[in-house]
Design a protein around this ligand. Structure first.
Ligand code: COA
Length: 200
């Protein structure tokens, strides 16, 4: 049945009320859980569009699990409103992490959720003993967390990258010093339903 003007109005009112409640609610950061997958995918599709899976960094993630204990979500009013993950990589002969993607619900941007996700994720990575993090992203945003393109000068990715967006952060003093070479994904492979290993 077609929507009548009054039913369209009540839907718009309900949407507005939901958005208002979301914006007015405090957010919290917690570990990502299995049940978050669908909402996280919708958030990422909305933030980056369908081309997100064609990015060079995806070559390091595809077919692999994120680094153990390093996937987080932001939740407000019971709704998943932010996500960040870190991934195990090898930089030459050095173990490291790659951060991304990070995204926040468009209705709640500039409210500190991105900073809270980044601070939480980097603090946990440090606590777990990781030494360095790389990412590809907007340098003006990540500079506030200490990311610097100078730290990735000797590194290559398995695809094209704008060098100015290819950033590194040391979690321990000299954590990326002396590392050189091709970055490869080293995370555990995702097992498919039959228990066999899916190609990365
Ligand atoms: C980037 C993102 C995660 C930040 O989340 P957020 O919750 O809005 O971040 P915060 O509230 O902690 O910080 C907001 C600040 O970052 C700035 N900012 C946001 N995105 C930025 C970008 N791409 N480049 C530079 N600055 C940026 C905002 O202007 C704001 O500045 P202010 O503090 O001076 O007002 C969010 O904007 C987002 O999901 N963007 C779309 C997905 C995306 O592009 N992710 C990767 C970025 S490379």
């Amino acid at each position: 049945m077609d929507a009548t003007p009054s039913s369209a109005l009540s839907t718009a009112k309900a949407d507005w009320f939901r958005a208002f409640r979301l914006i007015a609610s405090p957010f919290r950061i917690r570990d990502e859980r299995g049940g978050d997958t669908a909402a996280r995918e919708v958030l990422l599709d909305t933030a980056f569009g369908p081309s997100r899976l064609g990015k060079t960094c995806e070559r390091l993630r595809e077919g692999r699990r994120a680094a153990s204990g390093l996937s987080f979500v932001a939740v407000a009013d019971g709704v998943l409103v932010g996500t960040v993950r870190l991934w195990d990589v090898e930089i030459g002969d050095r173990a490291g992490l790659m951060l991304g993607p990070i995204a926040v619900d468009g209705r709640l941007r500039s409210a500190g959720i991105g900073r809270a996700l980044m601070d939480h994720a980097l603090r946990r990575a440090r606590k777990l003993g990781h030494k360095g993090v790389i990412l590809v992203g907007d340098a003006p945003y990540y500079a506030r967390f200490g990311f610097d393109p100078a730290l990735t000068e000797g590194f290559d990715l398995p695809g094209p990258v704008e060098r100015a967006r290819f950033l590194g952060l040391e979690l321990t003093a000299g954590g990326l010093k002396g590392a050189r070479g091709r970055i490869v994904g080293t995370g555990a492979l995702v097992e498919d339903a039959r228990g066999s290993r899916r190609a990365a």
